[in-house]
Design a binder for this molecule. Structure first.
Ligand code: FAD
Length: 384
């Protein structure tokens, strides 16, 4: 069995490792456009619920990932300059994206996966460069701009749309005490910063504003540097003089692309992770959703006695409802952010936090009271 995986992000590396560990005699190769010491983005949040699935799938890499994760037990939400602190029921953590990839790569290599770095494919024909054009399975693990998905977008039934809010993924040397979401009005604009520490020397800082703010404050006319300075000014109290680092990405400010594919499989081509469905960053779970796809696909490929076609079919049939629940939560979450100016104008800080916590429909009053008792008390839930 020969498996070609395009993309050495979390989903591609994890899939490669799981396949090779499960079937050491298979040929499993990953083609990745970046060198092994570079990636986009800074730290990513990985909640404990997500990590438990990784533990079940592969204890060895799980232990190392946990060891490299900075734990958060609290989150603060600030609206109208009023902070409300939330004790997190499940410990969450953040890990540098590069560390995450390097750990996964180490375990993939140890299992015997071949990884081709600095190699971008422009079409499936390029797989011939490594003798992978006749692979039994070709996996599109190549993220939001997937070449594999694009090549068969009609067959996958792919749809595209773009959210209106604008966001940028920064890092900063300010090591925040804990994870926070700070909603702030500034010169008539509506802004949000989501920041969290992910190492002893760095924090992630995701900056966001709505489209009306983008044009009314002439951010559309600004250079990236000017936008960065604007955010440094708006959040100067939090940053305490530290700069925002845009990293190497050239297009730092973006609008989130919503990409969905009706079909997950086309012949021997199959999609996982963001290539299949882009998960909005506001639920902080895109990485684990992507790695869960890899767990499901590896299980079906390794466990199949009825051939590859049946295994790929089983992957889609079995895993789709599970993934769709998480993607639906991500959709409700981004719709909430798309209207954040309305909520910032309309709600008191307590009401705002309540609406935020219940925005995806996955948390109701009962769950708030059982899992976030301190918050439920602050918000006076269940006292009417
Ligand atoms: C601002 C922001 C903040 C986020 N924060 C979090 C967070 O806190 N927690 C979380 O879990 N998720 C977060 N995410 C989401 C997370 O980054 C993604 O959901 C996750 O990386 C998806 O993994 P993937 O393996 O499917 O794709 P990717 O991570 O995108 O990996 C795809 C890989 O394929 C490679 N590639 C692409 N095209 C080609 C090609 N043609 N040839 C060869 N290689 C190619 C890329 O270089 C990349 O390495 C965030 C995203 C954003 C934008």
């Amino acid at each position: 069995m020969k498996v070609a995986i395009v993309g050495g992000g979390p989903s591609g590396l994890y899939l490669g490792m799981l396949l090779k560990k499960g079937a050491p005699n298979w040929r499993v190769e990953v083609v990745e456009q970046n060198p092994s010491d570079a990636t986009f983005g800074f730290g990513v949040v990985v909640a404990d619920t997500g990590l438990m699935q990784l533990k079940q799938a592969d204890d060895e890499s799980y232990e190392e990932l946990v060891g490299a994760t900075a734990q958060h037990d609290r989150q603060v939400i600030v609206q109208d300059e009023t902070p409300i602190e939330i004790c997190l029921p499940i410990k969450g953590g953040a890990i540098p994206r590069l560390t995450l990839l390097q750990i996964l790569e180490k375990h993939a290599l140890k299992a015997g996966v071949t990884i081709h770095h600095n190699q971008r494919i422009e079409s499936i024909d390029d797989l011939a460069r490594w003798g992978l054009d006749d692979a039994d399975v070709v996996v599109g693990a190549d993220g939001i701009n997937s070449v594999i998905r694009e090549q068969f977008s009609k067959e996958f039934g792919t749809t595209y749309s773009t959210l209106s809010n604008h966001f940028a993924w920064y890092g900063t040397k300010k090591v925040f005490e804990t994870s926070a979401l700070v909603f702030r009005k500034y010169k008539g604009g509506y802004f949000c910063a989501h920041y969290y520490p992910y190492s002893e020397s760095m924090s992630t800082f995701v900056a966001e504003c709505d489209d009306k703010t983008w044009t009314s404050l002439a951010m559309d006319q600004m250079t990236n540097e000017e936008r960065t300075h604007l955010f440094e000014k708006i959040y100067e109290n939090e940053l305490e003089g530290h700069e925002l680092d845009p990293g190497p990405a050239s297009k730092i400010w973006r609008q989130f692309p919503v990409i969905r594919s009706k079909h997950w499989v086309h012949g021997r081509y199959v999609l996982v992770g963001d290539a299949l469905a882009s998960a909005h960053f506001s639920i902080g779970s895109g990485t684990r959703i992507a790695m869960n796809d890899s767990i499901a696909l590896a299980q079906d490929l390794l466990g199949s006695n009825d051939g590859i076609e049946a295994a790929l079919e089983a992957y889609e049939k079995r895993h789709k409802p599970i993934k769709q629940k998480l993607i639906a939560a991500s959709e409700k979450s981004y719709l909430w952010y798309e209207n954040m100016s309305e909520w910032m104008d309309k709600y008191s800080p307590k009401e705002f936090v309540y609406r935020f916590m219940t925005r995806t429909g996955r948390v109701d009053d009962e769950r708030l009271m059982s899992e976030f008792p301190d918050l439920a008390e602050k918000l006076e839930i269940g006292e009417q």
